[in-house]
Design a protein around this ligand. Structure first.
Ligand code: AHR
Length: 501
C-alpha cells in the first residue's frame, strides 16, 4: 500500500461551479435521435414518440444544457427542413446517412423540457452563413410579428424558445467539415455573424469555434487569429477533445487527463494573450463542448460511412465503454472542475447511443454504460464551490507521459447542503493508495458515504444483460481529530462525501 496526503481547506477556493459544465450533446448522428431519444411505437415511447426509459436516465444525470443539432451535422443543416408540417428526407453528408427530418428543432425543444435541460444551439457556418443564422435566431427567440417568429407560431409554438447559448459553427478548421474555413475566413464570418445575432437578441451568449482538437497543426494560432477578429462579440471559445487507448497501454491511457489539463492551460493563455493585445477588459471563458473517450467504434464507422451509406440511423460511433474508460472520464471531470474559474461550459459528447453513457436496445430497454456513473456522481455532488486540495501523491512511471501522480483529485464544497465531496481517482493500476486527508478547517466533519467504482478487469463492460461495473458503497473509518483516512484501491473512482459545518 502506498501513501498519499491531502490538505483540504475551505479557504483554498478555485471558483463556484457553473452548472453548465455538466452539459451534454445530441447530434443527428447514428442512433442518437432515431431509436435513441425518439422511437415512436416503442413500448416505452410517450405520446410524442420520446422514449420514457431514456428520459428517466437523462433526468437522473441532471444535465442542464444539451448541445444540438451537431457536431459535424450542423455544417450542412437546413433547419427549415426540420420544422413544420412538410418534412422531407435529405442526404446527410457529414455521416453519409439519410436524415428523415421527422424529428427537428421543435421536437427537440419539447424533449429538453421533459428532461429539464436548456438547448445550446449551433448555427451552420459551413454551407450557410449570416442570414440563415439570423433567421434561425428569429425563429427561436423573437416573440412575434415577423416572418420567422410567425412561422414558429404557425407551427403551434406561441412562446419563443429564448435559447441563450449559441455555437458559431462547429470544428471549422477540420478537413472533414463541410465548408471548412481558414482562420482568417472563420474570424471574419464569425465576427459578422455574431454582430448580427447580437443585434437581434443582445441577451444571447456566443461560442467561437476553437481548434478541433489539441493536435491540430494550427493550434493555438487558430484561437489567437479568430479571437482577434471576433473578440468583442463572442463570450466563449470552444474546445473539443476525445481520447482512446489505441496502444492498449492503460498507464499511459490514464495519463491523458494531464494532456487535457495542458490543453486548457494553453487555451486560457491564448485568450488572455488576445485580451492583452486588445487592451480589453473582457475575459473570454472556455466552452469544452465536446469531450469523452472515442475509439472503440472507429472501424465500424469507417465501414458504414464508406461501404453502406444513406441508411436511416445506422449504428455509428457506438463505443462500448469499460472500466478504464470510466476512470478516464472521471479524470476528465476532475480536470474540468479544477479549471472552474475559466471552464464555464462543458458537454459530454454525446448522450445517447453515440459515444454515450446511455445505450438503447431498439427492441428492448435503455441501460447505463460504465461512464454513466462518474458523470452522475459529479453532476449530483459536484455543485458548489471548487476547492483546490493540496496533495502529496506517490508517482509511477509511464512509457509516454513520464512519471505521473497516482492520485488525481478535487473537492467541491456545497455550503447550502453543508457538504464537501472529494472526487479522487487512483490511476495506479497495480497498487492501492492510503489517503490521509486533513479536513480540520471544516468543523465536525463526518463521512456520509464512500462510493467506489473499481473492477479487477479493466476491460469489463456493462451491457443490456447486466451492470458488471457499477459503484458500491464501502465502509470508511470515522473522521478522527480532523483527519480522514481512506483506502483508494488500485484503478478506482472514488466519491467521498462529508457532512461539515
Ligand atoms: O461527436 C462526434 C463528432 O466529433 C462531432 O460531430 C464533431 O464535432 C467531432 O469531430
Amino acid at each position: 500500500m502506498r501513501n498519499a496526503k491531502m490538505i483540504l481547506d475551505r479557504a483554498f477556493q478555485i471558483a463556484p461551479v457553473d452548472k453548465r459544465i455538466y452539459g451534454s450533446f445530441i447530434e443527428h448522428l447514428g442512433r442518437a435521435v432515431y431509436t435513441g431519444i425518439y422511437q415512436p411505437g416503442h413500448p416505452a415511447a410517450d405520446e410524442n414518440g420520446f422514449r420514457k426509459d431514456v428520459i428517466d436516465l437523462v433526468k437522473d444525470l441532471n444535465v442542464p444544457i444539451i448541445r444540438y443539432p451537431g457536431g459535424n451535422f450542423v455544417s450542412n443543416f437546413f433547419w427549415e427542413d426540420s420544422v413544420g408540417p412538410n418534412r422531407v428526407p435529405r442526404l446527410e453528408l457529414a455521416w453519409r446517412s439519410l436524415e428523415p427530418n421527422t424529428f427537428g428543432l421543435d421536437e427537440f425543444h419539447k424533449w429538453t423540457q421533459k428532461v429539464g435541460a436548456e438547448t445550446m444551439m449551433a448555427v451552420n457556418l459551413g454551407t450557410r452563413g449570416i442570414a440563415d443564422a439570423c433567421n434561425l435566431l428569429e425563429y427561436c427567440n423573437h416573440p412575434s410579428g415577423t416572418k420567422y417568429s410567425d412561422l414558429r407560431i404557425s407551427h403551434g409554438v406561441k412562446d419563443p424558445y429564448n435559447i441563450k447559448l449559441w455555437c458559431l459553427g462547429n470544428e471549422m478548421d477540420g478537413e472533414w467539415q463541410l465548408g471548412k474555413k481558414t482562420m482568417e475566413e472563420y474570424g471574419r464570418i464569425s465576427h459578422e455573424t455574431a454582430k448580427a445575432m447580437k443585434l437581434i437578441d443582445p441577451t444571447i451568449e456566443l461560442v467561437s469555434c476553437g481548434s478541433s482538437f489539441m493536435d491540430m497543426p494550427t493550434f493555438p494560432q487558430w484561437e489567437a487569429t479568430t479571437l482577434e477578429h471576433n473578440y468583442d462579440y463572442v463570450d466563449y471559445v470552444s474546445m473539443h477533445q476525445y481520447y482512446g487507448n489505441l496502444n492498449n497501454d492503460s498507464c499511459d491511457y490514464l495519463a491523458k487527463s494531464d494532456e487535457m489539463d495542458a490543453f486548457i492551460r494553453t487555451v486560457i493563455s491564448t485568450c488572455d494573450f488576445v485580451k492583452a493585445k486588445k487592451r480589453s477588459k473582457k475575459t473570454i471563458n472556455l466552452s469544452f463542448d465536446e469531450w469523452n473517450v472515442w475509439f472503440h467504434s472507429k472501424d465500424q464507422e469507417t465501414d458504414i460511412t464508406q461501404n453502406h451509406p444513406w441508411q436511416v440511423a445506422p449504428p455509428l460511433l457506438e463505443d462500448h465503454y469499460n472500466m478504464e474508460d470510466a476512470l478516464l472520464v472521471g479524470l476528465m471531470l476532475i480536470t474540468l472542475l479544477r479549471h472552474a474559474d475559466r471552464v464555464k461550459i462543458a458537454c459530454l459528447a454525446q448522450l445517447v447511443n453515440v459515444i454515450a453513457p446511455i445505450i438503447t436496445e431498439p427492441d428492448g430497454t435503455a441501460w447505463k454504460q460504465t461512464i454513466y456513473y462518474p458523470f452522475l456522481h459529479a453532476s449530483t455532488y459536484g455543485r458548489g464551490t471548487v476547492l483546490q486540495p493540496l496533495v502529496d501523491s506517490p508517482r509511477h512511471a509511464t512509457l509516454e507521459h513520464g512519471d505521473i501522480t497516482d492520485l488525481e483529485s478535487v473537492a467541491v464544497y456545497n455550503e447550502e447542503r453543508g457538504e464537501v465531496t472529494i472526487f479522487a481517482v487512483n490511476r495506479n493500476i497495480e497498487e492501492d493508495v492510503a489517503l490521509t486527508a486533513d479536513v480540520r478547517s471544516f468543523n465536525g466533519c463526518q463521512v456520509v458515504e464512500h462510493l467506489l467504482m473499481t473492477h479487477e478487469d479493466l476491460k469489463a463492460e456493462n451491457s443490456a444483460a447486466g451492470q458488471v461495473v457499477a459503484p458500491v458503497q464501502v465502509p470508511v473509518s470515522p473522521v478522527d481529530g480532523g483527519t480522514l483516512t481512506v483506502k483508494l484501491p488500485k484503478a478506482s473512482w472514488n466519491v467521498i462525501r462529508l457532512k461539515c459545518q
